[in-house]
Design a protein around this ligand. Structure first.
Ligand SMILES: Nc1nc2c(c(=O)[nH]1)N[C@H]1C(S)=C(S)[C@@H](COP(=O)(O)O)O[C@H]1N2
Ligand SMILES: [Mo]
Length: 334
């Protein structure tokens, strides 16, 4: 059987190319027009899904109580809320930027269980309410840079991951932290169907070095724009690591495991030459298929209102995080 190249983010990028994308999706998977004309059950499902996008959207989030520490406020213009919650990557719900908002309402996010275990003295479990009550919530206005070369500025709400890890007490053998998204194919059609899910392996997994996970910028995020996260943004809890490409920000997390070895990570598994483990934002290290020197700013305008700006080393957080990578070759460790 012909080996199929997994999708890369670039296969599914510009929101303007809606229909072209769908053709590209099928082409990448090796499905030509002839195959499409065969009305097999699988293809009927697939075409039904593509026509779909008429499912009822998730109800709006609940208002949260949080502080606004001065250190994390920002004069940068924030991306309009409609774009933050309407232009998403969450391949479990489809590949188009509009798919997650249209489809993620099917995911059950309460009750929820987040398990912290592995190389820790005190494994623990948080339930849905613990996510919002166990730690004081803070608003953090962070830059967000997707590896596809677009960017936003987002007012997230959450708590530092370091507080949760401290409770679990990592052992001396803990070197990495592994994260896993919920696996529920009945609720997440992309996990059930390779066509919808872009050929990625599920559940989506991510990882950080322990020192990256303990960094004060690293946030477990439970809200955005003053309210609980909508499902398309990774409800009820997702990771935010603002100096790394967006794909490190794994959504809808059910487990956090401290490990001795570097854990597998989804995009690296799918295309190891294109997506590294570190994924630090770096304008000097291009993606093999496009430049990372600048980025398209997702603003209030439509697709014809294109603003670009230079991309910053570590996404503008070099003063805070460059010391983590002292002596590391950032080109080799991309
Ligand atoms: N489980 C899961 N997490 C994920 C993804 C995904 O497809 N599945 N996409 C990643 C990518 S590529 C990006 S850019 C961010 C997008 O987050 P946002 O939609 O909240 O902006 O989520 C990341 N987390
Ligand atoms: Mo991304």
């Amino acid at each position: 059987m012909k080996k199929i190249r997994p999708f890369t983010e670039a296969d599914v990028t510009a929101e303007s190319a809606f229909f072209m994308q769908r053709r590209q999706v099928l082409k990448t998977l090796g499905i030509g027009a002839a195959a499409l004309s065969l009305p097999t059950a699988a293809h009927a499902d697939l075409l039904g899904w593509f026509k779909g996008n008429d499912r009822s959207p998730a109800p709006p989030g609940k208002p949260l109580e949080f502080s606004k520490p001065a250190a994390w406020q920002s004069p940068l213009p924030q991306t309009p809320e409609a774009k933050v919650i309407g232009y998403n990557n969450f391949y479990e719900f489809g590949l188009d930027k509009a798919d997650p908002a249209a489809n993620a309402g099917s995911m059950k996010t309460d009750p929820w269980t987040l398990k912290i275990g592995g190389e820790v003295a005190k494994p623990l479990t948080l339930d849905h309410d613990d996510l919002f009550n166990r730690f004081p919530l803070e608003e953090r206005i962070y830059r967000m840079r997707c590896v596809e070369a677009w960017s936003m500025v987002v007012p997230w709400i959450g708590f530092p991951l370091q507080k949760l890890l401290a409770l679990a007490e990592p052992t001396g053998s803990a070197k990495y932290v592994a994260f896993e998204t919920r696996y529920a194919p009945e609720e997440m059609p992309g996990q059930k169907d390779r066509f919808i899910g872009g050929g990625l392996q599920y559940p989506y997994v991510e990882g950080l070095r322990l020192d990256e996970a303990m960094h004060p910028l690293t946030l477990l995020t439970v809200g955005v724009y003053g309210k609980t996260l909508p499902p398309q943004n990774g409800a009820p809890v997702r990771l935010t690591v603002p100096w790394k490409y967006g794909f490190k920000g794994i959504k809808s997390i059910v487990s956090i495991t401290l490990t001795r070895e570097r854990p597998p990570t989804t995009w690296h598994l799918s295309a190891p030459d294109e997506y590294g483990f570190y994924a630090n934002v770096n304008p000097h290290v291009d993606h093999p298929r496009w430049s990372q020197a600048s980025e398209r700013v997702i603003g209030a305008g439509g697709i014809l209102d294109v603003q670009r700006q230079p991309t910053l080393l570590f996404n503008g957080y070099a003063d805070e995080v460059a010391s983590l990578y002292h002596g590391l070759d950032l080109r080799e460790n991309f």
